[in-house]
Design a protein around this ligand. Structure first.
Ligand code: SF4
Length: 404
């Protein structure tokens, strides 16, 4: 409630809604089946489960109308009868069987219902609190907070360069294809093609390169080599551009050791103009151009559709996560993306064996994990302790659904 008071513009409100939705989606996805069930009951979203007899009677229809479901899977999964008003998205995209005014929703799709419900409640709450804004805005003590809230980032700042000096300049072209997020891949390509980047691009890309481990000497060599291929001669580079590179490394001016930009900063501030290549392509590119770019990077059409849907819903970081999954051929990215350097680090971990690919873990793996947790809950000889675990897991999550 406190933060929502500070959302004075439509864009900030959307940003806040997006953060809350992402957090909720993540927390909900971490629950075991048992806890999800408990949570649904707790927030009065308990829907009628389809009995085994009815499921057997309708198994052919359920199988035919639920994408990705075979008969054995229909038998194995729990289905719920959900009123059409709560399942609009699912039946509009033909993902569920409809009968007598009810959608027959498999358990794995229940998160869509819960998220929808949460979004509606939160939007309503935001609209109500926005009415209090005029009085809050007049308080100058709160204005700086309001201004900087949406740019805040509390994750690692990637200024501590464990890898400093471990990357050679010759590796950068290959790394830009394999391990750079789209924003940095775009900047690198533009730099190679035009032999120049404007200030916003040099800052965003230069600090990213610093974060992945380029030393100051390497950075000077890298930028100089590229710029002198274009319209800038060596002398002009030394006089005009070398200073700001040294500045980024804390060797000039106030000697601040600047940190690479987070996704939030890139998405929310300094949008690119004509001739700029910085920014977040998922946020700042025209969807048609983004589509062409993804096609040229050999992203499969179904993946492009998923990415564009996420972009349309303003889920830019999720679109980037999907891009990671598709380019690394994993089903589950396994982390929540907040920073371009995090993207790079995770990509390198995956490609160099620091982290196991998640492909085989996918749905069956997750359900295995969940089933194991469920089993241990069921077989737990001390129900009190099981409940305590459940309560701990759910702690705070119910608050998402508390009334305004
Ligand atoms: Fe870059 Fe972040 Fe946008 Fe991905 S979401 S392209 S890492 S700014």
């Amino acid at each position: 409630f406190f933060f929502s008071l500070f959302l004075c513009s439509e864009e900030l409100r959307r940003w806040f809604l997006q953060q809350e939705m992402d957090l909720f989606r993540y927390r909900f996805s971490q629950l075991t089946d048992n806890l999800m069930q408990k949570f649904l009951e707790h927030v009065n979203l308990s829907f009628e489960g389809v009995s085994e007899e009815l499921k057997t009677e309708l198994e052919n229809e359920l199988c035919a109308s639920t994408p990705g479901f075979s008969l054995p899977k229909v038998k194995e999964q729990m289905f719920y009868k959900v009123g059409l008003a709560d399942a609009v998205d699912l039946f509009r995209t033909r993902r569920v069987f409809i009968k007598d005014g009810f959608a027959y929703v498999p358990f794995k799709e229940m998160d869509a219902i819960v998220l929808n419900n949460y979004r509606t409640k939160l939007s309503k709450a935001l609209a109500l609190t926005a009415r209090s804004l005029p009085s809050i805005q007049s308080d100058e003590r709160l204005q700086p907070l309001l201004k900087h809230l949406s740019h805040s980032y509390v994750g690692p700042d990637y200024s501590i360069q464990k890898n400093t000096g471990k990357i050679s300049l010759e590796q950068i072209d290959a790394l830009s294809v394999k391990s750079f997020p789209l924003c940095m891949r775009q900047l690198h390509r533009a730099l190679r093609d035009t032999h120049h980047l404007r200030h916003g691009g040099r800052m965003q890309y230069g600090l990213f390169l610093k974060g992945i481990g380029l030393t100051l000497e390497q950075a000077l060599e890298f930028w100089k080599k590229e710029f002198i291929r274009g319209k800038v001669d060596a002398d002009k580079f030394d006089k005009g551009y070398a200073y700001s590179i040294r500045h980024n490394y804390g060797k000039e001016g106030k000697r601040t050791d600047y940190t690479p930009y987070s996704c939030m900063k890139i998405i929310m501030s300094n949008p690119p103009s004509q001739g700029d290549y910085h920014g977040c392509p998922f946020r700042h590119s025209d969807p048609e151009l983004l589509k062409q770019k993804l096609q040229s990077y050999k992203i499969p059409p179904s993946g492009i559709t998923q990415i564009l849907d996420l972009v349309k819903g303003m889920h830019y970081q999720l679109a980037c996560q999907k891009y990671f999954e598709l380019t690394h051929e994993v089903d589950d990215i396994g982390f929540s993306l907040n920073h371009p350097n995090q993207y790079f680090t995770e990509s390198q971990k995956l490609l160099t064996g620091g982290r196991e690919p998640k492909k085989e873990l996918s749905n069956s793996g997750n359900s295995q994990q969940k089933n194991n947790s469920q089993e241990s809950m069921n077989s737990n000889s001390t129900p009190t302790s099981s409940n305590t675990t459940a309560d701990t897991e759910l702690e705070g999550l119910e608050a998402y659904f508390t009334e305004d």
